[in-house]
Write a protein that binds this ligand. Structure first.
Ligand code: PGA
Length: 251
């Protein structure tokens, strides 16, 4: 089933007040593509200003704490993100899993908390290069998915999965269309096993070195329902052509 495409930017630890103009430019141009859902996941400290600058455009966070509140110095809760104007959050990005030792169980708890608090979730999974070279990419990613998925979803539309091979993030390397197809169709099958018909409605995004030059080919792969875009989401001049490619791929 062809789902409406979803293109989300992940600004990571980039972005200062001066970059709000890029968010404004992205929001303005994305309104020319009403068939595509677009969001920008910006540093937490920019969320409130970004939300005020572009009312109606979807602004998200990049992580939350799994607890709803409490003694967790330096952490940010789902309700805080909502309060600041976010409508979604990334959880389980490989930079959190690797750099902050996040486990599948924590990622799952974060996804459940986010959904409970009314935030949509982009849940990231993906293999490292050695695993792909050993031929174990699909089994490894499915095990990560099993461990990280929230217990339940509501409509399916509040949850997206981002398949992001770690070796493709920020490297300019991208899996072949066949490798993406194999992984996305395996993830789809597992989502349907897990959630029944709702699993057909969960969007599966591809992430890792998505650029204007490769976006159309990637969006053409079956079961690629959008993209999570890092470096190429920082500038409207790079991000808008990716949104346009998503629109084109829907015909
Ligand atoms: P990239 O990052 O597009 O810069 O490769 C993607 C991501 O980490 O979400």
């Amino acid at each position: 089933m062809a789902l409406r495409k979803f293109v989300a930017g992940n600004w990571k630890m980039h972005g200062l007040s001066a970059d709000l103009v890029e968010i404004e430019a992205i929001a303005a141009a994305s309104s020319n593509f009403p068939g595509v859902d677009v969001a920008l996941c910006v540093p937490a400290i920019l969320i409130e200003r970004a939300s005020r600058a572009v009312p109606g455009f979807r602004i998200g966070g990049q992580d939350i704490h799994q607890a709803k509140e409490g003694a967790h110095t330096g952490s940010i809760s789902a309700r805080m993100l909502r309060d600041a104007g976010a409508t979604l959050t990334i959880v389980g990005h490989s930079e959190r899993r690797e750099g902050h030792n996040e486990t599948n169980a924590q990622v799952r708890a974060k996804a459940e908390t986010a959904i409970d608090c009314g935030l949509d979730v982009i849940l990231c999974i993906g293999e490292i290069l050695e695993v792909r070279e050993q031929g174990a990419a699909v089994s490894t990613v499915l095990a990560q998915l099993d461990g990280s998925l929230p217990d339940r979803t509501n409509a399916g539309s509040e949850l997206s999965i981002a398949y992001e091979p770690v070796w493709a993030i920020g490297t300019g390397k991208v899996p072949t269309a066949g490798e993406i197809l194999e992984m996305h169709s395996s993830i789809r099958a597992r989502l349907v096993e897990r959630y029944g018909a709702t699993g057909e409605l969960i969007r599966i995004l591809y992430g890792g070195s998505v650029k204007p030059s490769n976006a159309l080919e990637i969006f053409g792969v079956s079961d690629v329902d959008g993209a999570l875009v890092g470096g190429a989401s920082l500038k409207a001049s790079d991000f808008i052509p990716i949104i346009a490619a998503a629109a084109d791929s829907q015909g």
